[in-house]
Design a protein around this ligand. Structure first.
Ligand code: FE2
Length: 234
């Protein structure tokens, strides 16, 4: 009983609840109806997971180079609409489980020193759950996360920093800023690039959780065999 009470006040649960609230209320003008459906499904599932007992886990930590940007991000609050979510994210920053996520190889080498994945709720998160991933994400300045896709549905919600975002293979990059929500449908290609400032986001995964990310040299060429990004063993 006492333990569940503690779980419900955990900084990561507070982050999850604030995220669900934002996803429920954020304007959908720029989103297709399909993206809106995914956005609301995320909110509903996050709310449901917050009601469960989420055991805390403390696996081995490893060096995460992009955490050097954290002090800069902590003092960089975005628009008023994201204020309470930003505060929850700032508090949860020291609680989520930070990793560089990928093994270093030719695909990840250029961005990995600028890549920090903070799993809050999830199979490898601070709070264990197999249905969703909810976490924080830091991406350093002047970095490019190359086009990739995965069977799980995904959202990113920018808290600070700007990025050029591509959703769909070979589509133009469009400017995104704090408060914006990007939805990636299952197996939909996505990529983004930062400018002068680091970017701080909340992100989530739902659906086919165990299936890995894949990429092609040309994401629009369905005859090309998929390649799989190597994930670091936790
Ligand atoms: Fe993704």
């Amino acid at each position: 009983m006492a333990q569940s009470l503690i779980r419900k006040q955990h900084p990561i649960v507070t982050l999850a609840k604030e995220t669900a609230k934002y996803l429920n209320n954020a304007s959908s003008e720029a989103n297709s109806s399909q993206s809106r459906r995914v956005q609301l499904a995320f909110a509903k599932e996050i709310e449901a997971v917050c009601q469960k007992d989420l055991p805390e886990q403390w696996p081995t930590e490893s060096e995460v180079r992009a955490l050097r940007f954290a002090p800069q991000l902590i003092g960089n609050q975005g628009p008023s609409a994201t204020a309470s979510l930003y505060q929850a994210a700032r508090t949860a920053l020291g609680w989520v489980r930070w990793t560089e996520f990928y093994e270093e190889d030719h695909w990840s080498r250029s961005f990995l020193p600028n890549f920090a994945n903070g799993e809050g709720i999830g199979p490898d998160g601070r709070l264990y759950n197999e249905e969703i991933i909810l976490g924080l994400f830091i991406f350093g300045p002047d970095s490019h996360y190359p086009a990739h896709a995965h069977p799980a549905e995904e959202f990113y919600l920018i808290l600070s920093g700007d990025a050029a975002w591509q959703i769909g293979a070979n589509t133009p990059y469009t400017a995104k800023s704090p408060g914006d929500i990007m939805i990636h449908q299952r197996n939909e290609s996505h990529s983004f690039k930062t400018g002068d400032d680091p970017m701080f986001c909340v992100f989530g995964w739902r659906g086919e959780m165990g299936a890995p990310s894949w990429y092609r040299d040309d994401m629009s060429d369905e005859t090309e065999e998929k390649k799989f990004a190597a994930i670091k063993k936790s």
